[in-house]
Design a protein around this ligand. Structure first.
Ligand SMILES: C[S@@+](CC[C@H](N)C(=O)[O-])C[C@H]1O[C@@H](n2cnc3c(N)ncnc32)[C@H](O)[C@@H]1O
Length: 683
């Protein structure tokens, strides 16, 4: 749990130092999460803890309390208007967006005017779909009637550009009728707009008749299509493809294996998160709900903390977690708790109040039927290593839980009604939760504590590949990207994949959907493993083992660890590692010097001879094909590059046995191309 400098650290230290031996002992002897939380929350030292002082001193996570601010909103709107006068439409758009972030919800008319102004800026920026969306929003908010002719006419002209002529006709009709209410528009201008609109109506109507009255084209979709699994889904694990099954054993728990030979590039899993949380620093630039970058943000109407990419995401968030988190978000951020801790809380706030009490009787058994991403019971049964956990670890996590339980009370969660007003400092002068919520504290607190344990081993970082605008360099277009850690999330099916220091898959994100693709040939029956951090080509074995033990509590027995594979820089380039070609399957590698004159080479294990001529012939084309793949990758033709790299790996795998450098060069480039193809945003 990373604490940074948030105020939770002080709370944690104070509680720790105030616990006497008896209390500690009592805590240590508790055997369930529910009891741990109830006990800690009942201690006077926790109940009487006053957060106000810590909060006021805390510099992390911005201001508190945070409220919408009309004055700020108006200043930003004025900035937007000034930018319009200078013809700087991009700046105007930004200023109006910021004004919306701070505009109090009740100022509907003013908000509608800012939206109308932003729609004008967007129209100049040729963002027609977004212009239409803002016009719709401003009308919904009751944009003044005497001004409506402006937005109707803008709507009509946008629709014309989008060739949605039928809709344009109706927008021109609205323009004409709204001109009757345009009391502040001078007569001449009104007359001109009426004449122009009528003319447009005539032209459009004629055009439609001539064209045989065709349907309008569909509105353009802004969000990229959700990635799809090719072929059939696994019936038991629908987020995974049929090429994957989940097996288990005593030592490794559950893990994925291949049900057929898998080729590099194959998509093996597409899964949305059960729960995911965007990092605080991206809350103003990326959608709180789907994590997509939002250049035209839609702020939460109730708080200035978060933005959304669309009405759909805003609505979905408000109906679930954001309703409750809206006013407590700044407290979560200021606490300095890690993103994993926040996910543990989000897993609660995203469900309504009755969900967990209803489910509580069913938690002990794994749910029957297909393994569903949205079913909390599947999360509940992910690895938590509760039996290996130290008492100190429990105490620390229970303290975090006590803080979250207080936040849930403040948020209105225990009443099932999201609070409307921002949180006042005074509400945090004690950490005591009202007695009437005793049962909720035990149940929900117990689950948060469980979530905190589970997430340590099962949460994933969500990253975005950010590319500066492609550069033209010596006639080659360069696409240079860097991965940026954006959010944390838990994907219940992906969480069943075990680790290998030589993983068979790569994972990337499309918004918040994770996509898992093979980067190697994986034979039927072999484990399909992913990677939790350390890769054998770059990290020495001892360090990998230590890292995995420390973070994931297991001893890695993957092939590179067991066979002490050399790191990339130490791979011997003087030999080619031929597979033994014996009639009986032989796992041995026949190492042949590059300058060898012999074509029949004896295996040291089975003593049979391998004819390397055949292999050498099939490898002849690999160098050229790999170069073509690199060229395609560097010019941004990732699809083409992937095809070439896959073909190279196929040839390699038929003949040679890793590890050798050219194999991992190719795997690395294949991985990069898939990442670039899958998810990047131009910054
Ligand atoms: C994300 S879970 C993977 C799924 C897990 N095996 C299960 O049964 O749910 C991570 C945990 O799986 C186990 N694990 C992962 N990779 C492993 C490996 N290569 N060998 C042994 N155990 C492993 C460890 O217990 C680790 O904490």
């Amino acid at each position: 749990m990373s604490q940074d400098e948030g105020f939770f650290k002080k709370f944690h230290e104070t509680i720790n130092s105030s616990l006497d031996d008896v209390t500690r002992n009592n805590f240590v002897n508790l055997e369930t999460n529910t009891k741990r939380v109830s006990y800690l929350c009942s201690l006077p030292t926790v109940r009487n803890y006053n957060l106000i002082d810590d909060l006021q001193k805390c510099q992390t996570g911005g201001e508190f309390p945070v409220k919408k601010d009309l004055e700020k909103a108006r200043l930003l709107k004025d900035e937007g208007n000034k930018a319009v006068q200078k013809g700087d439409w991009a700046k105007a758009m930004q200023m109006y967006s910021q004004s919306m972030v701070h505009m109090p919800e009740k100022e509907t008319e003013e908000l509608s005017i800012v939206l109308a102004n932003r729609s004008a800026a967007l129209n100049h920026l040729e963002q027609y779909e977004d212009t239409l969306a803002d016009i719709k929003r401003c009308l919904n908010l009751g944009y003044p009637r005497h001004l409506r002719y402006k937005v109707y006419e803008r709507r009509a002209r946008c629709l014309l550009v989008l060739k949605r002529n039928k809709e344009a006709i109706s927008a021109f009709q609205d323009t004409i009728s709204s001109l009757d209410e345009a009391t502040k528009l001078d007569k001449e201008k009104r007359q001109k707009m009426r004449t122009d609109s009528k003319l447009m109506l005539e032209i459009l109507n004629k055009g439609l008749v001539l064209a045989g009255n065709p349907k309008d084209p569909e509105p353009l979709k802004k969000t990229p299509p959700k990635p799809k699994l090719p072929g059939k889904h696994n019936s038991q694990y629908p987020a995974a493809s049929e090429a994957i099954q989940i097996d288990s054993d005593e030592v490794r728990g559950r893990f994925a294996t291949a049900t057929k030979d898998i080729e590099p590039g194959e998509i093996l899993l597409v899964e949305k998160p059960h729960s995911g949380v965007l990092l605080a620093e991206y809350s103003g630039t990326h959608c709180q709900h789907c994590f997509m970058k939002c250049p035209i943000p839609l702020p939460c109407p109730k708080c200035p903390n978060v933005v959304f990419c669309s009405d759909k995401c805003l609505e979905a968030a408000q109906k679930s977690y954001h309703g409750y988190e809206c006013h407590i978000l700044p407290l979560i951020w200021k606490s300095g708790c890690s993103i994993t801790c926040h996910i543990a809380l989000r897993m609660i706030t995203q469900q309504n109040k009755d969900y967990f009490p209803k489910l509580s009787q069913e938690l002990d058994a794994k749910p029957p039927g297909p393994y569903k991403t949205e079913d909390y019971r599947n999360i509940y049964h992910l690895v938590s290593h509760e039996d290996k956990r130290s008492k100190l670890d429990f105490l620390h996590r229970t303290q975090m839980t006590a803080f979250f339980v207080k936040l849930l009370e403040v948020s209105g969660y225990f009443d099932g009604k999201p609070r409307i007003k921002p949180v006042e400092l005074d509400e945090l002068k004690t950490m005591a939760v009202d007695e009437k919520y005793k049962d909720d504290v035990a149940l929900i607190g117990g689950l948060i504590l469980k979530n905190l344990q589970i997430l340590k081993f099962n949460a994933h970082e969500v990253f975005e590949l950010q590319c500066p605008k492609p550069k033209v360099d010596k006639n080659v277009i360069k696409h240079e990207g860097k991965s940026v850690f954006l959010a944390g999330a838990v994907f219940p099916t992906l969480a069943l994949f075990n680790h290998s220091c030589d993983p068979g898959v790569v994972r990337y994100f499309c918004g918040n959907n994770v996509v898992v693709r093979a980067v190697k040939n994986i034979k039927k029956g072999e484990e399909v493993s992913e990677n939790y951090g350390p890769i054998f080509t770059t990290v020495p074995k001892e360090k990998r083992q230590a890292e995995l033990k420390e973070q994931y509590w297991f001893d890695c027995h993957c092939t590179p660890c067991e066979h002490k594979w050399p790191m990339y820089g130490e791979m011997n380039e003087n030999y080619m590692r031929f597979k033994c070609d014996s009639d009986h399957p032989c796992p041995n590698v026949v190492a042949v010097p590059y300058d060898s004159q012999e074509f029949m080479v004896q295996c040291g294990l089975c003593q049979q001879y391998t004819n390397i001529l055949k292999g050498l012939k099939s490898l002849q084309d690999t160098e050229m094909m790999y170069r073509l793949g690199r060229a395609a990758m560097e010019s941004g033709q990732y699809g083409e590059a992937i095809k070439k790299f896959v073909a190279v790996l196929k040839l390699y795998d038929e003949t040679l046995s890793p590890p050798y450098r050219s194999y991992y060069d190719c795997v690395q480039d294949l991985r990069r191309s898939m990442l670039a193809l899958g998810n990047y945003s131009i910054i």
